[in-house]
Design a protein around this ligand. Structure first.
Ligand code: UTP
Length: 291
């Protein structure tokens, strides 16, 4: 098995119910954070981390993602005719960002099932999984940090963040202990999907970035529906843990849950403040609000 991580799977076949009514017709992954669909942030992170091939798992009503990462002849021709060179460049550059393949998940049977849909395209090599609604602001990119750990240690790597209190019940949670040599690495011995607060084995919550070995596909094929009646990726990784090393990794950077209304509001404010073209004006605007 090659050690290079060349492919990234983007599960985007879910229903996005937390963001209704916006997601009744528009895929959650296409909601704009300032001026870019949230999935584009993930694609840019993958490319900046050395990924060469992106595999997006789509579903019913998700066709706009394919249009977004493709040429838009009418739009480009109009922008060209009007001499809007900068905007033309913005539109064209999205279509040339990456090599992207699409696989359709016929029914949203869960995150584990969505990842399994990429089995043939990934083949027998390690791969990344990026959940597009987790937008991560980090330098170096979160996935790059994780690939570095994978290359150094050789086992699967799950991005984590510390969650104190009952909020932990929304996540997959690791059991294990911190690595004596590197406080960012957590030596994983088990994991539980969405535990009750009192039963959470630690405060290490799994977030939307994974580097996995291809063995996980065979294990996901044997995984039965778990929490919420869905085929859970966490259950597949739990089976992997019996055969191979799995590490948690506290990434350096900040994560926003843009698939959640409040998380999207936080991301919007913080990303807007960082934009050179209007960040100063936006800061003044916020200061002027009588809060
Ligand atoms: P989420 O649980 O955050 O997404 O799954 P969801 O189900 O779309 O959203 P809510 O909870 O109803 O608001 C994490 C990621 O996994 C994908 C989702 O698209 C999301 O990017 N997913 C989930 C699939 O691709 N297929 C599934 O069957 C389930």
């Amino acid at each position: 098995m090659s050690k290079r991580v060349r492919k990234a799977v983007f599960p985007a076949g879910g229903l996005g119910t937390r963001f209704l009514p916006a997601t009744k017709v528009i895929p959650k992954e296409m909601l704009a954070l300032v001026d870019k669909p949230i999935i584009q942030y993930g694609v840019e992170e993958a490319i900046a981390s050395g990924i060469e091939h992106i595999i997006i798992i789509t579903g019913r009503g998700k066709g706009t993602m394919e249009d977004h990462f493709d040429n838009s002849f009418e739009l480009d021709a109009t922008l060209e005719r009007r001499g809007k060179k900068e905007l033309l460049e913005v539109s064209r550059s999205v279509a040339t960002l990456a090599r992207i393949s699409y696989v359709r998940q016929k029914e949203p049977l869960g995150l584990g099932h969505a990842v399994l849909c990429a089995k043939e395209l990934v083949g027998d090599e390690p791969f990344a999984v990026i959940l597009p609604d987790d937008v991560i602001d980090a330098d170096p990119p979160c996935l790059r940090q994780m690939i570095n750990v994978f290359c150094e240690r050789g086992g699967s790597v799950l991005a984590t963040q510390t969650v104190e209190g009952p909020g932990i019940s929304a996540y997959g949670v690791l059991a294990g202990s911190p690595d004596p040599g590197n406080p960012r690495i957590y030596n994983c011995t088990g994991m539980v999907e969405k535990p009750r607060f009192e039963e959470a084995p630690s405060t290490q919550a799994i977030i939307g970035r994974y580097v996995l070995t291809p063995r996980v596909f065979a294990l996901l094929e044997q995984t039965r529906p778990g929490a919420g009646g869905e085929i859970q990726l966490t259950d597949g990784i739990k089976a992997l843990l019996k055969e191979e090393k799995v590490y948690g990794y506290t990434f350096e950077g900040k994560r926003y849950d843009a698939g959640d209304k409040f998380g999207m509001l936080q991301a919007t404010v913080e990303f807007a403040l960082k934009r050179p073209e209007f960040g100063v004006r936006f800061r003044e605007y916020l200061k002027g609000l009588k809060l």
